[in-house]
Design a protein around this ligand. Structure first.
Ligand SMILES: NC(=O)c1ccc[n+]([C@@H]2O[C@H](COP(=O)([O-])OP(=O)(O)OC[C@H]3O[C@@H](n4cnc5c(N)ncnc54)[C@H](OP(=O)(O)O)[C@@H]3O)[C@@H](O)[C@H]2O)c1
Length: 339
């Protein structure tokens, strides 16, 4: 299944080109705060930092299961509140006073349908509290006919948003480029990058770009319903990635085409744990089928004038993370791989 074209504007009012920049967008409704859930997570923290930088005029609410970890945010004027989507009773006071909410999808991926229940609790509480617009971090394949187990949660959450009242911005994020911080260190050490036969491609996106897109969608004042594709602008097959990584990292890496049923063994042969090998092999098989390629992205339009206005390309990403990728394995990583 290809994702082309992956963008579907749900309401006639929605369009990527209508997205204005975070710094010049219409102001949020009077008296309303912008709320970011899951505020101790990586994406949420980056989104909050951007909002503080570019919209210091708008009050911010940060909800989390771990308020103690966000003392710095509280000290900087953000209203930090406890919220756990597994505890619906915690949400009314947490969401009070918010007009727009960034609902960061939870990482509860191993116990379906728990994640969808969590998101339902959050959406229903937000509606009861008068939140007028929900920005949701979905996944690239959520619109596919057969989205697979992880994307199925996102598809179900999108449906909950569609079924009820209120505006929304569904951000279908591509695979984080940060995935490469798990695979490329193995490739650097083994000089091999296992891949399925063929030239299947993957469109990556830097998590920082997803955070910037989320911040922009939260602050731009858009009131309708839109579904946006958040992806980088290059789709790379494993051979192209290996060549680029070799050049940028200064380490020889060769893409090794491997029969689909041998991919897990190939990854464990490179030093991956059994669990990680299973994940990587599944991604490789998806790439071969064209499931990981996103051919259109709304990222650039959504970011507008927000610095950095350029989506991060793969060369820049590899350079930025070079030290982590080529670092020798830690003792803990070696022990985990051996067990
Ligand atoms: N596109 C991709 O390739 C990709 C890759 C990985 C993950 N994701 C998705 O994107 C999300 C954000 O990514 P990330 O890198 O920021 O992940 P992360 O650092 O692992 O953060 C996990 C997030 O889940 C929240 N959460 C977990 N359980 C919760 C609960 N019961 N109630 C409320 N919030 C809960 C956490 O909030 P608190 O701990 O602050 O409560 C935190 O924001 C992930 O959670 C996942 O759904 C996408």
């Amino acid at each position: 299944m290809n994702l082309t074209p992956s963008i579907s504007a749900i309401s006639s009012a929605s369009s990527a080109s209508s997205a204005s920049s975070i710094s010049s967008g219409p102001s949020v409704p009077a008296g309303g705060a912008l709320l970011v859930s899951g505020a101790s997570g990586a994406l949420a923290r980056q989104a909050i930092a951007l909002l503080q930088q570019h919209r210091p005029d708008v009050p911010l609410i940060a909800t989390t299961r771990h308020p103690d970890r966000l003392a710095d945010l509280a000290a900087s004027g953000v209203s930090v509140r406890f919220a756990d989507f597994d505890q619906p009773d915690s949400l009314a006071s947490a969401f009070e006073g918010a007009s727009r909410m960034l609902l960061v999808s939870t990482n509860t991926v191993d116990a379906p349908p728990r994640r969808v229940t969590q998101h339902r609790n959050a959406i229903e509480a937000a509606r009861r509290c008068g939140v007028q617009h929900v920005v949701y971090t979905s996944f690239a394949t959520a619109g596919a006919a057969q989205p697979g187990p992880i994307a199925a949660d996102h598809a179900a959450t999108e449906q909950l948003l569609r079924e009820g009242p209120g505006g929304f911005s569904v951000l279908r994020n591509a695979f984080y480029a940060e995935l490469l911080l798990a695979t490329l260190p193995l490739a650097c050490r083994s000089h091999r990058l296992p891949c399925a036969p063929g030239r299947g491609r993957m469109t990556y996106v830097a998590r920082s770009d997803c955070a910037a897109a989320a911040a922009a969608a939260l602050a731009d004042g858009f009131e309708g319903r839109r579904v946006l594709s958040i992806a980088g602008e290059e789709a790379l097959d494993a051979h192209t990635l290996a060549a680029l990584a070799s050049e940028v990292l200064g380490v020889r890496i060769e893409a090794v085409e491997t029969a689909p049923d041998q991919l897990e063994a190939a990854w464990t042969g490179c030093g991956a744990s059994a669990g990680m090998a299973r994940v990587f092999a599944g991604i490789d098989r998806g790439m071969a089928k064209g499931e990981m390629e996103v051919r259109e992205s709304d990222l650039r339009a959504l970011l507008g004038a927000l610095p950095p206005c350029e989506p991060m390309d793969m060369r820049a990403f590899l350079l930025a993370h070079r030290a982590v990728i080529v670092a020798p394995p830690s003792a803990a990583a070696v022990a985990a791989t051996a067990s």
